[in-house]
Design a protein around this ligand. Structure first.
Ligand code: PMP
Length: 336
């Protein structure tokens, strides 16, 4: 039978090395382009596989987790899916604490990978209560492993060691020198890890975090408001995020992100999630800041399947401040 290290070595072949595409579009009467990694090509369909596999690999190496341990995590979606699939395959039990407003599809996917779900309503405390409850579980039970994705530095390392080099190497191979990297912030692992790698190469590369306009926790330090860009902006500023290492915080309306995700699917066949729509619009705002010749990179963290019923099949009314109506998508090229 395969050992845990054997299984991890096999999973490493199914996670990462995702395609990097150029997206061409017209904006303000100019032809523009941005670059994005298609992270739904990963094992369970999201960027969070990178973090989950790396955290579990490190924890097994240090014997912080063994086969009879239960993995317990607080997550609003993709991280739970990654830990459920990978953890179950490695031989661990997995329990996920999550706000009850995640999509029904997400709940079914988590269960399909064998996870036990604990759903917490907003009135019972929502995401923060999920974290309180898992800490209590760990304090009162043995044989529990908490990946602690919001504070575990291995989350950043996963992106420093894989996502960052993958983006930079392919861009440089194509004679493209990136001016900025833009990403929505959930744990901040993607932005801090990719950003660290890019800034070690060139510290003038700008790093722009994205947050929902209707829940401005990072920029305005306001209280959390429910928004529809699932996967980013949970209920607090994540400890991994170091705003002093980042540049301008870009705000994106969740309705605009929904329309943009719908456009990427219906015009280019890129069936991406809502945070991908937000990341695309964040790149467009970065072009406004840096000039339309700037080379801007981002990631599309997951695909649209979990959000179709809840948000993406509905027609979103455009507002005056939306960017998506001024964008005309043209085509894609894969960079190799
Ligand atoms: N988009 C989606 C769909 C996600 O699931 C996540 C992770 N929660 C993010 C963006 C943000 O990634 P990170 O946690 O690395 O900041």
């Amino acid at each position: 039978m395969d050992t845990v290290p054997d299984k991890i070595a096999e999973l490493e072949k199914l996670i990462g090395k995702t395609p990097l595409i150029e997206i061409d579009f017209n904006y303000k009467h100019k032809e523009c382009k941005i670059y994005s990694k298609l992270e739904y090509y990963n094992y369970t369909g999201s960027i969070k596989d990178r973090m989950a596999l790396y955290i579990l690999k490190k924890a097994y190496n240090k014997a912080h987790i063994k086969n009879n341990y239960t993995i317990i995590e607080a997550t609003s979606g993709n991280a739970g899916i990654s830990f459920s699939a990978i953890g179950t395959y490695l031989g661990n039990k997995v329990e996920i604490y999550t706000p009850d407003w995640i999509s029904e599809e997400s709940k079914l996917i988590l269960k399909s990978f064998g996870a036990k779900l604990h759903l917490i309503s907003q009135s019972d405390g929502g995401f923060l209560e999920c974290i309180v409850q898992i800490i209590e579980r760990a304090n009162t039970n043995n044989n529990i492993f908490l990946p602690s994705q919001f504070s575990n530095e291995d989350n950043i390392s996963a992106h420093y060691l894989s996502t960052g080099p993958e983006i930079l190497n392919i861009l440089l191979k194509n004679n493209i020198s990136p001016s900025a990297f833009v990403a929505g912030v959930g744990t901040g692992g993607t932005l801090m890890g990719v950003g660290k790698y890019l800034n070690e190469y060139n510290n003038s590369i700008k790093l722009y975090p994205i947050e929902p306009l209707n829940s401005p926790i990072l920029s305005a330090k306001k209280e959390f408001c429910k928004h529809r860009i699932q996967g980013i902006a949970d209920e607090f500023i994540p400890p991994l995020l170091k705003l002093d290492k980042l540049h301008k915080i870009i705000s994106i309306d969740d309705g605009d992100a929904i329309i943009m995700a719908q456009m990427l699917a219906s015009k280019l066949g890129l069936g991406v999630g809502i945070s991908s729509g937000a990341n695309f619009l964040g790149c467009v705002k970065a072009l406004d800041i840096l000039g339309s010749d700037a080379e801007i990179a981002t990631i599309f963290p997951d695909d649209n399947r979990k959000y179709l019923r809840s948000y993406l099949e509905k027609t979103e009314p455009p507002q005056n401040n939306f960017l998506s109506p001024s964008i005309e998508l043209i085509g894609i090229k894969t960079l190799i």
